[in-house]
Each structure stands twice: as structure tokens, then as C-alpha cells.
Design a protein around this ligand. Structure first.
Ligand code: XLS
Ligand code: CA
Ligand code: CA
Length: 436
């Protein structure tokens, strides 16, 4: 059975007028010694692509997919079939999933876990017949009302234990599917008011939960990279995993820093008042840039709109960080993005993925030239050249003192700064974007 009426999407080049073709993403084209597909490692998000129906706070679903069925097991299988058809048609080699995306909960945990066994067997069969792999798995610890006070930070031990059981099973399923990473996004790990919250206990419990997860992964031989996905707010007013630097200090406090990297989402970065490339940069310079949730928010709305990324400027700056990171290694670019509820036809899903994939492919092309030409690198090197002088090197080598610096300052009668030339650099960046 074929669910999507469009055929395989091909690269037709930048002058193509066919909306169902790639203009920039040419998967086998080699850039900086690697195929585009290897740089970008695109992934389909199971939830937005196969489960979302356009429901919002004010209205019912607007999207009716042809694979919807009443029986939960048959529906789950049809979603797998549709998802694999979609990925093959778009040439996407990875998918990411929550446990509850792939099949609905049963009447109790035992039945739910049996359902997960059935559907993960079915997915595995599909994977064997295609070249499609699992980028990451995760547990949905936010949707069900049992998580009203949080999961690993709940005030209720029963919920904490349930969450542990759910992550245990999600790790087993992710291992079975050969998942290259496992993600923790703290869906309801945060708080609404300090009047009823013991933040110290919640954070201790949260850290211990993560440690137990890592211990269990080791016990079952799951080798995937563990990732934490920062987000500052939504659904709770104050999420504990606010941004990269907050998560890093939490991990360091609890000696977990060796076991986790970051999954950076663009929309979460902007919700935290940062740019996407600030978050990528903070992760990279700390050696924890693991994977990316590629999407974008809307500056006029200010919530987590999870739109498909079409901003070429942001994609270029993001790809500079990715290239400087030596690539994403076991991570990838997961489109944690959904079509607007008014884009309810099946073809809209293809247009959306094409737009996102072409934007990052173009960003990769531009970023590789900027890096090759050392445009910003040479400028930055020159800007910090004073730290290459004898005294500058003493600072870099942590080999001076306030006394020595004072003696230098007293003798140096004339401090001279040079311009940062920000506008010139922005114009050069634009020039690379226009000319590519
Ligand atoms: C929600 C998050 C979520 C995670 C996975 O805002 O982006 O989708 O990526 O649980
Ligand atoms: Ca995300
Ligand atoms: Ca999001």
C-alpha cells in the first residue's frame, strides 16, 4: 500500500521550478572531503511527522492522514509503513522517536511494554529491508497526566518509579533498534511555584535518575551517546535544563559530565534568549555538541512553534559550528518541526522537509567556503594577537601575576583599542550568502 502520492524526491539543481525536488541537497556531492549526507545526517521526527494532527490550544485537528486506523496495533504498524515510505521518498536515512509515538499506551505498564515489543519488532524488520537507521530514542515523560508534577523530579515516588520503568524499557527498545543516541528532554522537569517545591531534592533525584539510566545502559551493553536537550520553559514556567551552560554546571555538580552531550534545538535556544549558534558554540567549546534538533521559532510569537528551518543565515552559522566540531559524529540533524495546521495536505510534509533539507545543504555550502577562506578565523586571530606577545603568552600559560600586570600597566601610558568591524563582517557574510 502506498500512502504518499508523490514519488521519490530528486536533486534537480538551483534553477528547478519543481517544488517536489531538491535545489541544494545533492546527497552524494562531496564537500570538505565528505558527502553532503554524511555532514548532515538528516532525521525524521516520528512525532511531528506521523503523529501530529494539527490540534492546538484553540482547535481540533486539521490534518487527516490516510494511515489513521482505529485499532491501536494496526494503526501503529500503518504508521511504520507510512514513515518508512516517507523517509525513502525523501532520502532520509535516520529517524528519532519517543516510546509513545510508535504505539499508544495499553491499559497498564505490562501491556504497554508488550505493545512496544510488537511494534519494535515490526520497525526492526523494516530497517533490515532499507538503509534507514535510528538516530535516537527517548521516553515521553510529559504527555500522560500522571506526570502532572514532573517525572524524575516529581514529588510522588510512585511517579518516579513509573518514569524509571519507562526509561528502562525505552533504553531496551532503542538498543534493539541500534539507536546511535538516547535523548533526555526534561518535559515536565521544572516547577511552577517555589511555594510548593523542594528544588534541592528534585535536582538530587533528577541527577540520580540519570545516573541509574546510565548504569542500566552499561548493564545491557547499550553503547549509544546520552544526550540532554536543554529548554528554558514550556511546559513548566522554569525548566531545570535551561540552556547548555546551566545543564553543564548541573552535570558537573553530580559528576555526570563524562556521560552526556547536548542535543541543541534551535527553537529552545531562542526561547532561552540565545541565538541558535550561541548554544551550538557553547556546546562545541565544551566538547559536548552531540546532535541538533533543526527547526525555528517565530520571534513575534515567542513560544515553541517548532517550524521547519528556512532561515539561511541561521543555518550557515550553525553549519560553521558543526564543521568546527569535526561533524556531528553519532548525532545528526533531526527535523523536530511540524507543518502549520493550515498545511494539512500530505504534500505539505514533503515541501516542509525539502525546505529544511535545502536550507541546511545551502548553509553547509556557504559555511564550507567561509571556513576554507578563513574569513572569520583570520579576523579573530588578528583581533586577539596581543595574547601572542611575551606577556600575552604568560597569561595564556597561566604564568603571571597581578604584580607583573600592574608593572606593565604603569609603564604602558597609552592603551589603544582597535575596531571590531562588526558591520564589515556582517556584510562579508551576506556576500558569501548572495554569491553561493
Ligand atoms: C519539546 C522537545 C521534544 C524533544 C524530545 O519541546 O523538543 O520534542 O525533542 O522529547
Ligand atoms: Ca526537540
Ligand atoms: Ca521544541
Amino acid at each position: 500500500m502506498e500512502y504518499f502520492k508523490f514519488g521519490k524526491i530528486k536533486y534537480e539543481g538551483k534553477d528547478s521550478k519543481n517544488p517536489l525536488s531538491f535545489k541544494e541537497y545533492n546527497k552524494d556531492e562531496v564537500i570538505l572531503g565528505k558527502k553532503m549526507s554524511e555532514h548532515l545526517r538528516f532525521a525524521m521526527s516520528y512525532w511531528h511527522t506521523l503523529c501530529a494532527n494539527g490540534t492546538d490550544m484553540f482547535g481540533e485537528g486539521s490534518i487527516e492522514r490516510s494511515f489513521y486506523l482505529d485499532d491501536p496495533i494496526e494503526y501503529a504498524k500503518a504508521k511504520v509503513d507510512a514513515g518508512f515510505e516517507f523517509m525513502q521518498k525523501l532520502g532520509i536515512e535516520y529517524f528519532c522517536f519517543h516510546d509513545r509515538d510508535i504505539i499508544a499506551e495499553g491499559k497498564n505498564l505490562e501491556e504497554t511494554n508488550k505493545r512496544l515489543d510488537i511494534i519494535s519488532d515490526y520497525i526492526l524488520e523494516k530497517m533490515k529491508k532499507t538503509n534507514i537507521k535510528c538516530l535516537w530514542g527517548t521516553a515521553n515523560l510529559f504527555n500522560n497526566k500522571r506526570f502532572v508534577h514532573g517525572a524524575a523530579t516529581s514529588c510522588n515516588l510512585d511517579v518516579y518509579a513509573y518514569a524509571a520503568a519507562q526509561v528502562k524499557k525505552a533504553l531496551e527498545i532503542t538498543k534493539k533498534l541500534g539507536g546511535e543516541n538516547y535523548v533526555f528532554w526534561g518535559g515536565r522537569e521544572g516547577y511552577e511555584t517555589l511555594l510548593n517545591t523542594d528544588t534541592a531534592l528534585e535536582l538530587d533525584n533528577f541527577a540520580y535518575f540519570l545516573k541509574m539510566a546510565k548504569d542500566y545502559a552499561n548493564e545491557i551493553g547499550f553503547k549509544g551517546q546520552f544526550l540532554i536537550e536543554p529548554k528554558p520553559k514550556e511546559p513548566t514556567k522554569h525548566q531545570y535544563d535551561f540552556d547548555t551552560q546551566t545543564v553543564l554546571s548541573f552535570l558537573r555538580k553530580y559528576n555526570l559530565e563524562k556521560d552526556f552531550k547536548m542535543n541543541i534545538e534551535a527553537n529552545h535556544a531562542t526561547l532561552a534568549g540565545h541565538t541558535f549558534n550561541h548554544e551550538l558554540n557553547m556546546a562545541r567549546i565544551n566538547g559536548v555538541l552531540g546532535s541538533i534538533d533543526a527547526n525555528q521559532g517565530d520571534m513575534l510569537l515567542g513560544w515553541d512553534t517548532d517550524q521547519f528551518p528556512t532561515n539561511i543565515y541561521d543555518a550557515t552559522l550553525a553549519m560553521i559550528e558543526v564543521i568546527k566540531n569535526g561533524g556531528l559524529h553519532s548525532g545528526g540533524l533531526n527535523f523536530d518541526a511540524k507543518v502549520r495546521r493550515s498545511s494539512f495536505e500530505d504534500e505539505d510534509l514533503a515541501y516542509a522537509y525539502i525546505a529544511g533539507m535545502d536550507t541546511f545543504a545551502k548553509g553547509l555550502r556557504i559555511a564550507s567556503k567561509l571556513i576554507n577562506d578563513k574569513v572569520f578565523d583570520n579576523f579573530v586571530k588578528e583581533r586577539y594577537k596581543s595574547f601572542e606577545s611575551p606577556l600575552g603568552l604568560k597569561i595564556k600559560n597561566k604564568n603571571t601575576s597581578f604584580k607583573e600586570l600592574e608593572a606593565y600597566a604603569l609603564a604602558n601610558k597609552n592603551i589603544k583599542n582597535e575596531s571590531g568591524h562588526q558591520e564589515m563582517l556582517e556584510a562579508i557574510l551576506n556576500q558569501y550568502i548572495y554569491n553561493e
